[in-house]
Each structure stands twice: as structure tokens, then as C-alpha cells.
Design a protein around this ligand. Structure first.
Ligand code: PGA
Length: 260
């Protein structure tokens, strides 16, 4: 039996529809609130979502007032090439025309990082909090850089990165050494988002998605805390959903399987 609550909306889609299904949720939030605060991740998973949003913008979706809060960053990234801020600029912010005044950048300078993290949260609160938080799922169950062991009450902070995360991140940077520490929005802050959207694709994520949705809610799999969120969407492609139980896929739990 599925152990996640009915407020977790699971949508299983064809891989080719992954970006559009996820982008539709972001577009819906922006239609309701054009100056919505979007919490945005980096990585391979969200690329089709950003491409979908840029395509929607060309067709009239208004991004001119959208605000963006970064999810995480490397400690010490600064203006280096290996920076999530630069990644996000290149893949979404610049093509979408979202300027720095509408971007809440995750701090990365090691000096006074604790007070900078507190200032990040204060600014997010001043913006009214996050309306929609997009998240990828790490192979080890992390969300943002909330690695296994991250508690439910964690706030924005510096975290040591696990080897599995550093290895996975190496793909993005073609040989540059991945930093040992990250800075991440904490679980407690993520759970305040009005809408959470977890993006999961590929069969290599199937087992961790099963644990996320059907295993115990525990810091061993930080993504499992999402089941405590206010409104939670999981967009999974078919390969990522192969280990989910039939109960999880029941229409009563809002699962939508696009016919092949
Ligand atoms: P990926 O990373 O999109 O590159 O698979 C997801 C994550 O680790 O959050």
C-alpha cells in the first residue's frame, strides 16, 4: 500500500512529455500570480523544464515579473565557472530575461556564510516565501544539497557534499574538481513552499523514488520529507516509476499514466 498522503500528486508521463508536464505546473502558478517566487534547481533533470518554459514564454507566458530564489550553490563558487548561479543564468535566467534584481542568489562566500544564509532566508520571507519550488532528486535521496542525515528542521546552511553527489556533479563541469561543500536551502524552508514539484527521470532514479514515496519518512532519504509538504507534485517519467507499487499508481492518488 502506498504510504504517501493524497495531497501528493503523482504524474507519470512519457519521457518526451516530462518537460511539458512540469512546465505546465510552473505556468499555472505564474498565471495565478505573475510575480510568483520560483525556487529553482540546477542539474540535468530540470533542463527540459526550462526549455519548456522558454517555449511557453515565446508563446505568451509572462515571465516579466517572476522572481527566482536559488535552491543551492557550491561554497566558494563566487564568479568561478563552476557555479550554479552561472549555470542557471545560462540555461534559464538570461534567455528568459530575468535580471539580477529578481534573483535571490544563494550566498557562496565562506566568510560570514552563516549570516549570509540568514539574510537569504530573511529576503525570501520578505518576498512572501516560495510559491513553487522545483526540485531534482539525488541518487542518494537528497533534495538541494540536503544530503542523507539532513533533519526536517534544517535551515539554509553549509553542508559537506557526499562522494556520490560530487561524482554525479562532475558530469556538469567536464573535469573541474567539484567543491567539497555546498550551501543549500534547508528542509524546513522547502516545506514552507506553497507548491513543491519533484522532478524525477530515468530508471537509475527508480529505486530512490520508490523509497521517497513508499519508504519511511526519515532523514535517511531527505526527499521523503516532501510528503509533509503543503501541496506536492511528483513528475516522473515511466522509467523512473517502474518500482512504484500499484497502490501508488492508483487514480485515487491522482496518478496519471499517459497511454503509450
Ligand atoms: P540530476 O541531479 O538532475 O543531475 O540527476 C539531481 C540532483 O542531484 O538533485
Amino acid at each position: 500500500m502506498a504510504s504517501f498522503s493524497a495531497k501528493v500528486h503523482l504524474r507519470v508521463v512519457e519521457s518526451s512529455a516530462f518537460g511539458a508536464a512540469s512546465g505546465a505546473l510552473v505556468a499555472d502558478t505564474l498565471r495565478q500570480k505573475p510575480d510568483a517566487v520560483l525556487g529553482l534547481p540546477t542539474g540535468n533533470t530540470p533542463i527540459p523544464v526550462y526549455q519548456d518554459l522558454l517555449a511557453r514564454q515565446r508563446q505568451g507566458l509572462d515571465l516579466s515579473r517572476a522572481r527566482v530564489a536559488m535552491l543551492d550553490e557550491y561554497l566558494g563558487a563566487g564568479e568561478r565557472r563552476i557555479s550554479f548561479f552561472r549555470w542557471l543564468q545560462e540555461h534559464f535566467l538570461e534567455p528568459a530575461g530575468i535580471g539580477p534584481e529578481r534573483v535571490l542568489r544563494m550566498p557562496s562566500a565562506p566568510l560570514a556564510i552563516e549570516s549570509a544564509c540568514a539574510a537569504f532566508e530573511a529576503q525570501l520571507a520578505a518576498w512572501g516565501g516560495c510559491d513553487l519550488q522545483l526540485l531534482g532528486l539525488g541518487l542518494n535521496g537528497h533534495i538541494g544539497f540536503n544530503e542523507p542525515g539532513s533533519p526536517q528542521d534544517s535551515h539554509t546552511r553549509v553542508v559537506p557534499l557526499s562522494q556520490i553527489t560530487r561524482d554525479a556533479n562532475e558530469d556538469y563541469w567536464q573535469g573541474e574538481e567539484v567543491p567539497e561543500f555546498g550551501v543549500t536551502t534547508g528542509i524546513a524552508v522547502l516545506l514552507q513552499a506553497r507548491r513543491l514539484v519533484l522532478l524525477v527521470n530515468g530508471e537509475r532514479k527508480a529505486e530512490i523514488l520508490r523509497q521517497t514515496l513508499e519508504g519511511p519518512i526519515s532523514s535517511a532519504v531527505p526527499a521523503s520529507f516532501l510528503r509533509l509538504g503543503r501541496e506536492v507534485w511528483v513528475i516522473a517519467d515511466r522509467p523512473a516509476a517502474v518500482h512504484l507499487s500499484p497502490a501508488s499508481m492508483q487514480p485515487a492518488l491522482d496518478a496519471t499514466v499517459t497511454p503509450s
